[in-house]
Design a protein around this ligand. Structure first.
Ligand SMILES: Nc1ncnc2c1ncn2[C@@H]1O[C@H](COP(=O)(O)OP(=O)(O)OP(=O)(O)O)[C@@H](O)[C@H]1O
Length: 324
């Protein structure tokens, strides 16, 4: 697990100090996937680099798997880093080495024997079987990232840090790489901290997420909980509800859902018309998202609201006086 407390990092800038990371507290439980989103310059890269001390924080505590990293000697830090793998947007592979050579590199650097059977096993895990003797230039972006992942796994880490790992990939390849990360999380119990500017990445694989602005985490939480908070900026960005214009008739409700909404059943039970106006829902790893519905002709609103509660829908916002 990853536990950050009061982590700060300031850089000197032309117009004064830049507080890239400012008093960040963050807890990522073992075996979960947490995403940090935010605009360019928010401090995401600096934050993730503080987790493995590629960037040494000016203040605060960084604990990974129960070990405090900020006070370690250089030698002890090298050993601790074996348990923290990292993957990058541009893969950072050595072009002069084959796939096998790139995977072996992290073992060599960690002082672990680079056994061919282990390298083959890692290639198998990431779906690169049979490509071990090729050079990176012959691989697609998705395959290069698979090499990056195999290299990161070579030292058996408990934690994987992903710095915009899918930002250079097309949507279909992004989905495949995210599916691989989800499988590694489930099968190896890998704890994953990722940073991204793509909301889809968080929707797709993260159980929890944080929004970073100007070096601070302004919102943090379990995604399924965040969608139920009416004012959550993160939930709005993750699950945007886009409608052309508000209908002038009827009762409009914005709902947070964590299971499919039985629209047909609701309209039958309440003898009313329920129309889905907008929705942003993720089904992978359990349903979660937001929907906007228009209800017309309902006679008992209280009973309708009770029924929504019964099916696990939370009303974030309701609008419109005329239900007829
Ligand atoms: N080594 C450095 N020296 C000086 N300033 C830095 C350094 N690294 C980052 N910064 C500054 O810290 C702030 C946060 O940068 P950071 O790269 O962490 O943000 P980010 O959210 O990852 O953005 P991006 O997605 O564009 O990489 C920026 O203002 C950046 O210019």
């Amino acid at each position: 697990m990853i536990e950050l407390s009061g982590v700060s990092k300031t850089f000197p800038g032309r117009r004064g100090p830049v507080h890239a990371v400012d008093s960040v507290d963050l807890s990522v439980p073992k075996g979960t996937i947490h995403g940090v989103v935010g605009q360019s310059g928010a401090g995401k890269s600096t934050l993730i680099r503080c987790v493995n001390m590629l960037e040494r924080p000016d203040a605060g505590s960084v604990q990974v798997s129960g070990q405090e990293l900020t006070t370690l000697s250089p030698a002890a830090l090298r050993t601790a880093r074996r348990h923290i793998g990292m993957i990058f947007q541009h893969f950072n592979l050595l072009s002069s080495r084959t796939v096998a050579g790139n995977i072996a590199l992290s073992m060599e650097l960690a002082g672990i024997p680079a056994r061919p059977d282990r390298i083959e096993e890692l290639a198998e895990i990431v779906g690169l079987h049979g490509r071990l003797h090729e050079h990176p230039s012959r691989l697609s972006g998705g395959q290069k990232q698979r090499v990056g992942i195999a290299r990161a796994l070579a030292t058996n880490p408990a934690v994987l840090l992903a710095d915009e790992a899918t930002s250079a990939l097309d949507p279909a390849t992004t989905d495949q790489v995210l599916a691989l990360l989800r499988r590694l999380n489930a099968q190896l119990g890998l704890t994953i901290l990722l940073i991204t500017h793509e909301m889809g990445v968080v929707r797709n694989i993260c159980q929890s997420a944080s929004l970073m602005e100007n070096g601070r985490l302004v919102e943090s939480g379990v995604v399924a909980d965040l969608v139920g908070h009416p004012g959550s900026v993160l939930a709005e960005r993750l699950f945007p509800l886009v409608t052309e214009e508000s209908p002038d008739h009827g009762w409009m409700l914005d709902l947070a859902i964590t299971s499919p909404l039985p629209v047909g059943d609701l309209s039958l039970r309440h003898r009313c018309e329920v129309t889905l106006l907008a929705g942003s829902v993720e089904q992978r790893g359990g349903t979660r998202g937001r929907v906007r519905i228009l209800v017309r002709g309902v006679s008992d609103r209280e009973a309708f609201l009770d029924d929504l509660k019964r099916v696990g829908a939370v009303v974030n916002h309701s609008h419109g006086g005329d239900s007829a």
